[in-house]
Design a protein around this ligand. Structure first.
Ligand SMILES: *[C@@H]1O[C@H](CO)[C@@H](O)[C@H](O)[C@H]1NC(C)=O
Ligand SMILES: *[C@@H]1O[C@H](CO)[C@@H](O)[C@H](O)[C@H]1NC(C)=O
Ligand SMILES: *[C@@H]1O[C@H](CO)[C@@H](O)[C@H](O)[C@H]1NC(C)=O
Ligand SMILES: *[C@@H]1O[C@H](CO)[C@@H](O)[C@H](O)[C@H]1NC(C)=O
Ligand SMILES: *[C@@H]1O[C@H](CO)[C@@H](O)[C@H](O)[C@H]1NC(C)=O
Ligand SMILES: *[C@@H]1O[C@H](CO)[C@@H](O)[C@H](O)[C@H]1NC(C)=O
Ligand SMILES: *[C@@H]1O[C@H](CO)[C@@H](O)[C@H](O)[C@H]1NC(C)=O
Ligand SMILES: *[C@@H]1O[C@H](CO)[C@@H](O)[C@H](O)[C@H]1NC(C)=O
Length: 378
């Protein structure tokens, strides 16, 4: 091959490698980060002392005065060591975060991908405090400095958004997934308190219904973990839910993979790795393991029963997919083959509940009945 042919071949190769991505990127909504410059006036800092941030995609048309706020998720740190490590990553510092985020699923601006919220103001609150936007403390010992200022970050972002239109909202929805779904339980009524009295305000927790459950060795591992969170007191949504006054929607899988791997079968409870294959693929679980998983589902449904029976303004979608976070990804939120319960997609269930179109309390049949799942298989 001569040099010219080589060049042509190379550029063809590069074109081939880039072409699919370029087509894909036309469909992706990219939204820039906004640093909350004034956050320091109330001492709101990320773990490492950097300024907190959000990404805001402005609403338009009939949605111009409606606001969807979404807490970013991403686990927790639970002691000085793990929080110091975290402070040097994108999970604990806006310095290391991507400055542009893809808005998809419930954050999409495309009516055919997100029919009920596409034209709202959509805001992603970046997560950098390590404790579900809940702490209010500082660690300092001469050589190390850590801010646990989740409460203030929450407040600083709200105060920044109020004059940008949030303060005149007609409709609002506070959402979040995983650690962000937990934050939704924590801040739901507080969110309402900042908005006009005549606004319609509701909250949606995605994969945030962490159960106070025993693991397979009968240990309350998650309780230990929560207790050791530097600032977050022992807190489980199931105990807070009855006190939340704002209409609430609970979206969760009954076999949530995070809870399966960290609450039901934490590594310490399975030192010999009997659950290794089952964790990677539910089809590899034996009968005893399936029974254990069904027990977890049963406990979740029992825990939610008072809410299911008595909450007139609440909604729920408890499906039986091995998943964790289903509102942020397009293919689980709203797509031709996305998960359904009673033939309803998650997007439809949340929209029906938010707009009061119909009662929206969907509970799936037990695994493995649901063939619409996109099971996470590791
Ligand atoms: C910044 O914060 C201070 C104190 O909270 C407040 O008085 C001031 O109005 C804020 N400024 C802006 C531009 O938000
Ligand atoms: C919206 O999404 C649909 C379905 O993926 C796509 O065909 C259409 O081009 C998108 N519209 C815009 C403006 O991106
Ligand atoms: C401060 O805490 C860090 C993390 O626990 C530790 O590595 C460091 O030695 C401490 N410094 C002092 C002066 O105690
Ligand atoms: C809302 O949360 C902020 C920050 O944690 C707190 O300062 C404020 O008092 C709360 N408001 C209400 C009404 O509870
Ligand atoms: C709430 O009341 C204010 C002041 O009366 C009004 O401007 C606003 O449009 C009302 N919002 C809704 C959602 O009715
Ligand atoms: C229970 O969990 C705690 C915290 O992870 C651990 O210290 C303890 O050893 C565990 N007990 C058993 C029996 O696994
Ligand atoms: C629903 O509320 C009624 C009245 O407060 C109560 O008696 C009943 O036990 C509740 N049902 C459930 C399942 O919690
Ligand atoms: C399920 O919903 C789709 C539209 O979302 C509809 O086309 C289909 O007929 C429904 N299937 C059943 C069995 O109701």
């Amino acid at each position: 091959m001569n040099a010219n042919a080589m060049r042509v071949a190379l550029s063809l190769l590069i074109l081939l490698m880039w072409a699919p991505r370029r087509i894909y990127s036309q469909e992706r909504r990219l939204v820039k980060m906004t640093l909350v410059r004034n956050a320091s006036s109330i001492g709101a800092y990320c773990l490492d002392g950097s300024l907190p941030a959000y990404h805001w995609d402005r609403g338009f048309g009939a949605g111009a005065r409606n606001w969807l706020l979404q807490f970013e998720g991403g686990g927790w740190c639970n002691d000085v060591k793990s929080c110091l490590d975290r402070a040097a990553t994108r999970r604990g510092s806006t310095r290391y975060m991507s400055k542009v985020e893809v808005f998809s699923g419930i954050l999409s601006n495309n009516a055919s991908l997100n029919p009920d919220f596409y034209n709202w103001n959509r805001v992603k609150l970046r997560y950098c405090d390590g404790a579900s936007f809940a702490g209010d403390a500082k660690f300092q010992n001469g050589t190390s400095l850590l801010y646990f200022r989740g409460q203030r970050i929450w407040q600083a972002i709200i105060l920044d958004l109020l004059p940008k239109g949030l303060g005149q909202a007609k409709k609002a929805l506070l959402s979040g997934c995983s650690a962000g779904g937990l934050a939704t339980f924590l801040h739901c009524d507080n969110f309402t308190s900042y908005l006009p009295k005549n606004a319609s305000v509701k909250c949606l927790s995605d994969a945030g219904f962490f159960l106070d459950a025993r693991d397979i060795s009968l240990n309350h591992s998650m309780r230990y973990f929560y207790n050791s969170l530097v600032t977050l007191q022992c807190f489980f949504p199931q105990y807070a839910l009855p006190y939340i006054k704002t209409p609430f929607f609970i979206l969760n899988s009954a076999y949530d993979v995070y809870q399966f791997h960290h609450i039901l079968v934490p590594p310490a409870a399975d030192p010999h790795g009997h659950w290794y294959h089952c964790k990677l693929n539910p089809a590899a679980c034996n009968a005893v393991q399936i029974n254990t998983l069904q027990g977890f589902r049963k406990y979740m449904l029992e825990t939610l029963r008072p809410f299911f029976v008595n909450s007139t303004r609440g909604g729920m979608f408890i499906n039986s997919c091995f998943a964790h976070c289903q509102s942020e990804l397009q293919d689980t939120w709203f797509a031709p083959d996305s998960p359904r319960v009673n033939n309803k997609t998650i997007s439809e269930a949340v929209g029906d509940w938010y707009f009061g179109r119909k009662v929206s309390k969907e509970i799936d049949c037990a695994y493995p009945c649901d063939n619409t799942c996109h099971n996470l298989i590791g």
